[in-house]
Design a protein around this ligand. Structure first.
Ligand code: GRF
Length: 241
């Protein structure tokens, strides 16, 4: 697989008046993967529409669920949208060095075809094999509704108020935080690596747990933060190229 076509580059272009200016070769092309409501996809759509994310376009939305609300959001904005039924072990961890599954092969082709530079997992509920992830080093980012340490590893996280809380990974992490009785949780955007929810962090924000919070109320507040965070993550990623 030729990885170079995924390299979004900044070229130095000389303007007529002899001043030089850095301009993108072409807009950054996002591939957004969703499985559900797609409110974070919507945050990206809105940020682009409001020029809060410059020189960026959503090249492709892929959903593993035909009836995901995210699909309707994308179609409403005339974004190329593909329903890709997913045949894989789901959220049970795929073997690290497994071959690409048939679904991963199809997804890889689509990402190439649509010349995606950065793959954004915005509520994507499928686990990739190590082989899939390794095709796109530092080019897949994931939004996770819990706090992950800077380098992605470890089982504890120190919050800004100095308390140590467990790192919640996998499914139902909003409930896990409530069940653990921690006072603070949050959301993180991190690089995707073969280990689940364990890649280096791009950005993160803490959210206080209120008395009487339910999984739904807390997740709703986390999502409000995520809608800023996912946009910020794309900016941060781009600045790092
Ligand atoms: C978000 O809370 C994200 O952290 C998690 O899935 C949720 C997706 O929400 N991975 P939405 O589909 O963007 O509304």
């Amino acid at each position: 697989m030729n990885n170079t076509q995924f390299e979004w580059k900044i070229t130095r272009k000389k303007s007529v008046g002899s001043t030089s200016e850095e301009v993108p070769e072409r807009p950054l092309r996002l591939g957004v993967l969703v499985s559900g409501s797609g409110s974070n996809l919507q945050a990206l759509i809105d940020a682009i529409a409001k020029n809060e994310l410059l020189d960026t376009e959503i090249a492709l939305v892929v959903s593993n669920k035909a009836d995901a609300q995210g699909v309707q959001r994308a179609l409403k904005h005339r974004i190329p949208t593909i329903y890709l039924p997913w045949q894989s072990p789901g959220l049970s961890a795929a073997p690290k060095n497994a071959m690409l599954s048939a679904s991963e092969m199809k997804l890889t082709s689509l990402l190439h075809l649509f010349q995606v530079d950065l793959i954004v997992l915005a509520g994507w509920m499928r686990i990739f094999s190590g082989s899939f992830v390794e095709q796109f080093p530092r080019r897949i980012i994931n939004l996770h509704p819990a706090l992950i340490p800077d380098d992605g590893t470890g089982n504890t996280f120190t919050t800004q108020d100095g308390s140590t809380i467990p790192v919640f990974r996998g499914l139902h992490v909003v409930k896990m935080a409530l069940d653990a009785g921690v006072k603070v949780t949050g959301s993180t955007v991190h690089y995707v690596t073969p280990e689940v929810d364990a890649g280096p962090v791009l950005c993160r924000e803490e959210v206080a747990i209120a008395e009487g919070d339910t999984e739904a109320s807390l997740h709703e507040r986390l999502k409000l933060v995520e809608h800023r965070l996912i946009v910020e993550a794309v900016r941060v990623w781009r600045e790092m190229q």
